[in-house]
Design a protein around this ligand. Structure first.
Ligand code: IMP
Ligand code: MG
Length: 195
């Protein structure tokens, strides 16, 4: 499927490539100011955060380290269940470290809440959270998110790392997926959704 066809599955474009990159420069400055040149470890959550990690860290004017976790949540194609399983853990201890968790999207907040509890048990010095996208969802749980790129309406969005069934991550912009794409009959089958 070429880019034009992927784009045709979108109902609308919410944020263009230029808007995303501009917002990341602002976020990068804020994130950097939060930790003011301290020794920082960026922790990304595979796979969705790959793009935001790569672009955000290049806006930071000094040295940082990077590590990754992979988790999966059980649920149907477009909903999270909050049951999270670690597929890949960090490659290092984080005790006494300053951590910035880099997330692609916070929807119900369940995944992030679970992740933060797990990281806190390892007694880092401090944790901050940056999310590229946060859904405007009244019933979302009140989980720590320190910096947000964009707030989006409570619809299924794809692009810039965000997928539906593994696709659309490579779109350089963010848009609302046309519901006809996921309202096919097998949509509700239970599956392991690797993020
Ligand atoms: P949660 O509901 O905050 O636990 O969201 C968990 C995960 O669901 C996110 O990290 C994404 O992988 C996925 N997700 C939730 N909403 C969307 C969306 O609108 N587009 C793409 N992925 C989403
Ligand atoms: Mg996903």
């Amino acid at each position: 499927m070429d880019a034009e066809h992927m784009g045709a599955d979108l109902e609308s474009v919410l944020f263009t490539e230029e808007q995303i990159q501009q917002r990341l420069r602002e976020l990068g400055a804020q994130v950097w100011a939060d930790y003011a040149d301290k020794d920082v470890l960026l922790v990304g959550v595979l796979k969705g955060a790959v793009l935001v990690m790569a672009d955000l860290m290049r806006t930071l004017p000094g040295s940082v380290e990077m590590d990754w976790m992979a988790v999966s949540s059980y649920g149907s194609g477009t909903k999270s269940s909050g049951v999270v399983r670690i597929l890949k853990d960090l490659g290092q201890e984080i005790e006494d470290r300053r951590i910035i968790v880099v997330e692609d999207i916070v929807d119900s907040g369940l995944t992030l809440q679970y992740l933060l509890e797990m990281l806190q048990q390892r007694e880092p010095r401090d944790i901050k959270v940056v999310a590229m996208v946060k859904k405007d969802k009244p019933d979302a749980i009140d989980v720590q998110v320190d910096r947000v790129g964009f707030v989006v309406p409570d619809e299924f969005v794809v692009g810039y790392g965000l997928d539906y069934a593994g696709r659309y991550r490579n779109l350089p912009y963010i848009g609302v997926l046309d519901p006809s794409v996921y309202s096919s009959p097998d949509e509700d089958r239970a599956e392991v959704d690797e993020r």
